[in-house]
Design a protein around this ligand. Structure first.
Ligand code: HEM
Length: 491
């Protein structure tokens, strides 16, 4: 219904949207796959519409042009985060990713975190064969992952690769954040993996207090569980950061924690206000730790599923690897010479769209969109899944076809790659895009260089995701077989 709103004496239209029930709003209409329901609603209401999740009005934005309007052209007005109960206790409201406090100090916070990531990307590797420390960590982890895959396969035949992937990616994140890798059976390590998983599950379970605000005052387990899990993880990270503060050496940057201390200490020399204090450093490490974990491991879990579902695509990637890098360990710079592999990764991002929405945004001031009046503090969902499956951009969007990203010379069509929306864009864009792209590339190429992945005989694979903040595939099993060196293995 299009409702008329009165603002500053002028009659302004509110976006259209479905009729909603009192208290629960449109929650029951969302179904098992809300991004698909919202795509259907778009057919009726257009690119911009309003619904109610519980008692909270939510603006839904679809379509590349409208998304660009919100995230780029009018980015400043849509750069806030809503006051959701689940996010409110992350870093006591000071989280870089979730804090409602958008403004100058948040901008400084993001700038510092981004500078620290850049410092780390330039940090030198210990061995001369790797171009940087991050590449070295990923290379080390993937070689362990290959060993684990071979062992699991020879012991059990088919196995679910999820735990092994989670451990490998968790170890990259631990190495990135604390300069330390763990044995996969190390107790402390398994505790961190579990803490992170608990926190993610508790935050992704639609928390009723996010949508019916008065519930947040009730002492219920489902409502308060994320707070407990967050405290546990933060306590663990705090111990590592304190240890780093005591042993920090500006001439030897070991990881993100050192890089953050470095950026902040340099700032101290100029002014004490332009920097982060120790508890903000801890929460920033926590932000980066959380952001780089589930996203990357879910992407790899999807990638291996697509690779066993489409063995001919797997074989083409292997052919490209064999022809262009042979047996030498893959490096970040090889992305340039493996266009089909890059196209495959882009197609996984697009087709799976495992982050169907960005983190919710919120308007920072009254604004207008597509002729509609949008008041300040309106929670806004950006439907990235819709953009990635929009028939006006993608030919046959439901088909999984990496070739769509290659031009007639088999080069990567960069302008099409940029149309895939998975890291967001504008002010709130993902900080770890380069890290993630590099890391995923090395994992996939190094595994396929050495192993042939196969679906188990008679197994039925299901590409339908399980809905969540980050959407995982349903559990599946695969078999891994060592490749005879340098031969492509299409069958
Ligand atoms: C935010 C995607 C990996 C750090 C985001 C957002 C998306 C995203 C969609 C929200 C954008 C928005 O709200 O508009 C991904 C994907 C990844 C990935 C698909 C992997 C495949 C990483 C990694 C790091 C990272 C490895 C860190 C090393 C962050 C941070 C934010 C963020 C700090 C918050 C930015 C802000 O609130 O301004 N990411 N991410 N991400 N990501 Fe990532």
């Amino acid at each position: 219904f299009v409702r008329a709103l009165r603002s500053k004496g002028r009659k302004q239209l509110s976006p259209p949207g479905p009729w909603s029930f009192p208290i629960i709003g449109n929650l029951l209409q969302l179904g098992e796959h809300p991004y698909l329901t919202l795509m259907e609603m778009r057919k009726k209401y257009g690119d911009v519409f309003l619904l109610k999740l519980g008692m909270v009005p939510v603006l839904v934005v679809n379509g590349m042009e409208m998304v660009k309007q919100v995230l780029l052209k009018d980015g400043e007005h849509f750069a806030g985060r809503p006051n959701m109960h689940t996010f409110s206790f992350l870093a006591e409201g000071k989280s870089l990713s979730f804090s409602v406090n958008y403004g100058e100090s948040w901008k400084l916070h993001k700038k510092i975190a981004s500078k620290a990531l850049r410092t780390l990307s330039n940090a030198e590797a210990k061995s001369s064969t790797c171009s940087c420390l991050l590449e070295e960590h990923v290379t080390e982890e993937v070689s362990e992952l290959v060993t684990v895959f071979v062992e699991l396969s020879s012991k059990n035949g088919g196995f679910d690769p999820r735990n092994a992937i989670t451990c490998a990616v968790a170890n990259v994140v631990c190495a990135l954040c604390f300069g330390k890798r763990y044995d996969h059976s190390d107790e402390e390590f398994l505790k961190i993996v579990k803490m992170n998983d608990d926190l993610l599950k508790a935050s992704s379970a639609a928390n009723p207090a996010d949508f019916i605000p008065c519930l947040r005052y009730l002492p219920l387990q489902i409502i308060n569980a994320p707070r407990e899990f967050y405290r546990a993880l933060n306590g663990f990270i705090a111990l590592h950061v304190q240890d780093h503060l005591a042993t920090y050496d500006k001439d030897r940057i070991r990881d993100i924690t050192d890089a953050l201390i470095n950026v902040c200490h340099n700032k101290y020399a100029a002014t004490k206000t332009d920097t982060l204090n120790d508890s903000e450093i801890i929460s920033t490490v926590n932000d980066l730790f959380g952001a780089g974990f589930e996203t990357v491991s879910t992407c790899l879990y999807w990638s291996f599923l697509y690779l066993i579902h489409y063995p001919e695509i797997q074989a083409k990637i292997q052919e490209e690897i064999d022809g262009n890098i042979g047996l030498k360990p893959p490096r970040f710079e090889d992305r340039k010479i493996l266009p089909y592999t890059e196209a495959f990764i882009s197609e996984v991002f697009r087709h799976a769209s495992f982050l169907p929405f960005t983190i919710p945004h919120c308007t920072t001031a009254d604004t207008t969109l597509n002729g509609y009046f949008i008041p300040r503090k309106t929670c806004t969902f950006i439907n990235m899944y819709q953009v990635n499956h929009d028939e006006t951009i993608w030919d046959n969007p439901s088909l999984f076809r990496p070739d769509r990203f290659l031009n007639e010379n088999r080069e990567l069509n960069k302008s099409l790659v940029e149309k895939v929306l998975i890291f967001g864009m504008g002010i709130r864009k993902c900080l770890g895009e380069d890290v993630a792209r590099n890391e995923i590339f090395i994992f996939i190429t190094a595994v396929l260089q050495q192993l042939k992945l196969k679906k188990c005989p008679r197994a039925k694979l299901d590409l339908t995701p399980t809905y969540g903040l980050v959407m995982r595939p349903k559990p599946y099993q695969l078999e891994a077989e060592l490749r005879s060196s340098g031969s492509s293995s299409a069958q």
